[in-house]
Design a protein around this ligand. Structure first.
Ligand SMILES: *Cc1c(COP(=O)(O)O)cnc(C)c1O
Length: 388
C-alpha cells in the first residue's frame, strides 16, 4: 500500500512529519529564521534550487505544512499563505493580464468579488459572475480570452452546490484553468483535485486551524500551475510565520475527527431548525429536502458545521433580543473553530447574476463541538425572546 492509497485519517496523522530530521520530535518544531547560513562559497553558489535558502522562501515548519496540504488535498504541490484572502489574490493575480476574462461564481466569498472589482478591473481584467448552478451551461459565457473559472462550493452564505465536473469538462475543452474555494469541506469532504480542478484553495483560518487563533491560506495545485503560482507568491512577497504554520499542523492532525463531529452535530441542529415555526428555510445540502442535495451527495463525503437558515420577517430590535443574549453561540466573523457562531447576513446586497429573495432574515450558523442538545436549547431560548 502506498501512502497515497491509505485512508485520510492515516495520511493526516503521518503527513508532513520527518522526526529523524528534528532530533526525533514527533511534530516539526517552530523554526524562526530569516537568514540561512551557508558554510562554503560552493554551497552558497549552489543555493539555487535549494528548498531552504531564506526565511521568506520557507522554513522546515512551513515546508511541513505545505507537504501536509498536498496529502490533505491530494495535490502535487501546495503553498501556504498568510490568510485565505491572500491565497485568493495570489491565484487571481497569477492569471491576470490586460484583456483577460475571468468567470466567477455569483455565490463567491465577498472579498473574492472585491478583489476582482477593486484590483483586477484596474489591471484590465474583466470578470463575469455566473449562476452557481449553471453547470455545463457555463460554456455560453466562455470567451476566447477567458483565462480562469473560479468556483466556490457550496457558496458563501447561500450554500448552492456547484457541478464541478461539468464546469471542469467545459474548462478543459477550452484550455481554461479552474480554481475552487474549498474552505467549507476543509479539504476532507471534497477532493477537487481528483475531479480535475487545477487549484483548490482554502481559508486555513477555518477548519484546518480549527481553533480560531490563526490566519492562514492554503493553495493546493497541479505541478503544471505550481511554477507560475509560486512565482506570483514570491513576487508579491507572501510568506507564513513559523508559529502559525506550527499551529496549523497541530490543528490538521485532528481535522478528520472534528469534521465528522461537525457533520453529525450540524445536521442535528439543521433538522431541529427546520421544524421550528420561526424558520422558513434551511440551507444545508446534506439534508435530503435541500434543492442541492443530489449534487452534494454525488460529490461530497460529508458536510461541515456551516450552513444557513432564514427567519420569518422580523425587525432589527427583535433580532437583537435573539442575538444579544445567546449563551453558547458567539457573534463574529469567521468559522471552522471548535466553537459555535451565529451571524445575520444579507446575501442580496452583492449578487449580480442571480437574485436572493429571502423574504426574511438570512442567518449563518456554525455548529461547533458543543453538545448539540445544549446548542438547541440556546437557540430555542433565543427564538422565544424573538417572539416575546
Ligand atoms: C473566511 C473565508 C475566506 C478568507 O479567509 P481569511 O483567512 O479570513 O482571509 C475565503 N473563503 C471563504 C469561503 C471564507 O469563508
Amino acid at each position: 500500500m502506498t501512502f497515497e492509497e491509505s485512508g485520510a485519517d492515516t495520511r493526516l496523522t503521518h503527513c508532513g512529519r520527518e522526526p529523524q530530521q528534528h532530533h526525533g520530535a514527533v511534530s516539526t518544531p517552530v523554526y524562526r529564521a530569516s537568514t540561512i547560513l551557508f558554510d562554503t562559497l560552493a554551497e552558497l553558489d549552489s543555493k539555487e534550487g535549494k528548498r531552504l535558502r531564506y526565511g521568506r522562501r520557507g522554513t522546515p515548519t512551513t515546508h511541513s505544512l505545505e507537504d501536509a496540504i498536498c496529502a490533505l488535498e491530494g495535490s502535487d504541490k501546495a503553498l501556504a499563505t498568510p490568510s485565505g484572502v491572500s491565497a485568493i489574490s495570489n491565484i487571481l493575480m497569477c492569471f491576470a493580464k490586460p484583456g483577460a476574462h475571468f468567470l466567477v461564481s455569483d455565490s463567491s466569498y465577498g472579498p473574492t468579488r472585491k478583489f476582482c472589482e477593486f484590483v483586477l478591473r484596474n489591471l484590465g481584467v474583466e470578470t463575469t459572475y455566473y449562476d452557481p448552478t449553471i453547470g455545463a451551461g457555463i460554456e455560453a459565457l466562455v470567451r476566447p480570452e477567458t483565462a480562469l473559472i473560479w468556483m466556490e462550493s457550496p457558496g458563501s452564505h447561500t450554500f448552492e452546490v456547484q457541478d464541478v465536473d461539468a464546469i471542469v469538462a467545459v474548462a478543459r475543452s477550452h484550455g481554461i484553468k479552474t480554481a475552487i474555494d474549498n474552505t467549507w469541506s476543509g479539504g476532507f469532504f471534497l477532493q477537487p483535485m481528483q475531479q480535475g480542478v487545477d487549484i483548490s484553495m482554502q481559508a486555513g483560518t477555518k477548519y484546518i486551524s480549527g481553533h480560531s487563533d490563526i490566519m492562514l491560506g492554503t493553495i493546493a495545485c497541479t505541478e503544471e500551475v505550481y511554477g507560475p503560482l509560486r512565482e506570483t507568491y514570491l513576487r508579491l512577497g507572501l510568506c507564513l510565520g513559523a508559529d502559525d504554520a506550527f499551529l496549523a499542523l497541530r490543528g490538521l492532525r485532528t481535522l478528520p475527527v472534528r469534521m465528522r463531529q461537525h457533520h453529525a452535530s450540524g445536521l442535528q441542529v439543521a433538522d431541529w431548525l427546520a421544524q421550528q415555526p420561526e424558520v422558513i428555510r434551511v440551507m444545508h445540502p446534506a439534508r435530503p429536502q435541500d434543492p442541492h442535495h443530489a449534487q452534494w451527495k454525488r460529490q461530497f463525503t460529508g458536510a461541515s458545521g456551516l450552513f444557513g437558515f432564514v427567519l420569518a420577517e422580523t425587525d432589527r430590535t427583535r433580532l437583537a433580543r435573539l442575538f444579544d443574549h445567546l449563551e453558547l453561540f458567539g457573534m463574529g466573523s469567521s468559522w471552522g473553530g471548535f466553537e459555535s457562531l451565529l451571524v445575520p447576513s444579507n446575501p442580496a446586497v452583492y449578487r449580480t447574476a442571480t437574485e436572493w429573495e429571502p423574504a426574511g432574515q438570512t442567518v449563518r450558523i456554525h455548529v461547533g463541538l458543543e453538545d448539540p442538545a445544549d446548542l438547541i436549547r440556546d437557540l430555542r431560548a433565543g427564538f422565544d425572546r424573538l417572539g416575546a
